[in-house]
Write a protein that binds this ligand. Sequence first.
Ligand SMILES: Cc1cc2nc3c(=O)[nH]c(=O)nc-3n(C[C@H](O)[C@H](O)[C@H](O)COP(=O)(O)OP(=O)(O)OC[C@H]3O[C@@H](n4cnc5c(N)ncnc54)[C@H](O)[C@@H]3O)c2cc1C
Length: 294
Amino acid sequence: MKIEQAVRLGRYTTLGAGGEARAFAKPSTAHEVEEALAWAHERELPIVTIGLGSNLLVADDGVEALVLRLGGELAAAEIRGNLLVAGGGAANAACLHRVRDAGLGGFEFACAIPGTTGGGVRMNAGAYGSDWSQILVRALVVDEHGARWLKPAELGLSYRQSKLDPRQVVARVELRLERRDPGEIKAKVAELQALRKAAQPTNKRTFGSVFKNPDHELTAGLMLEACGLKGHRIGGAQISPRHANFIENADGARASDAVALMAEARRRAHEEYGVELEHEVQFVGPLVLPPLGS
Ligand SMILES: Cc1cc2nc3c(=O)[nH]c(=O)nc-3n(C[C@H](O)[C@H](O)[C@H](O)COP(=O)(O)OP(=O)(O)OC[C@H]3O[C@@H](n4cnc5c(N)ncnc54)[C@H](O)[C@@H]3O)c2cc1C
């Protein structure tokens, strides 16, 4: 497995911004993941595993880490009975095609989530009332101690998070689905995609939801909209005029532009509603939001 130096990460993210990874590798087997972890361990380099970069904000200065992007058999998927058995780097879209053709339903909600099955486990991704925790049978997690299968309870899946730490790589995933007519699946996917298109900036470069929904009657999006932030722009980044919990790359956005927008959004939500918004997007590299009240 080749380890590359100074690879620009922006091109591996849906936002399209961010600096370089000190080192970058594409392991294609669980054994290669172990080798990569050992390589990083020897050099005391942290690990960052990325999927399709659909929930990532990468620092403009890049990241001093070995970044892994799963490929080969770790990005493939197959059907075994009622199970989807996929590599952690398999794209949800490709998995959805596969399960639909096999007449397996229950994964339709993922049509709205442009990531991988491994990223889905790490984030407990979800939409329309379903999430990974409801269909995950087990995940093969590789870390410095080797590879082991973990069940949902061991992964600690809850609202848009898991207990996985950055040195743990989700190499494989098994999802339990149920028999359903492919035509019915297709119709459901079309319905969900139309809902998405009507409510969110699906034709813009974004990293999905910026903040988790707070414990409040308003969602993060509605709260930021009520703060008058729709369309607010800093540098090349803009709070989506369509949905205020999205930041669009309007024109050559830098990560620092997005962070400045996030800081302003948090400040306003705190001032107006006393709510401390927690970011859902995952930071890669030295990015921090200023503390509230500073
Ligand atoms: C337009 C749009 C709409 C979206 N809608 C939704 C939605 O409805 N619901 C939702 O939940 N999310 C949504 N997202 C966010 C995103 O798609 C999900 O969080 C997705 O699960 C991230 O998967 P990914 O493979 O792209 O992971 P990345 O964004 O690359 O990484 C996300 C996190 O997972 C970790 N990670 C990735 N792969 C692995 C792995 N194999 N092993 C260990 N850790 C890993 C990364 O280190 C990082 O911490 C949306 C994003 C966009 C751009």
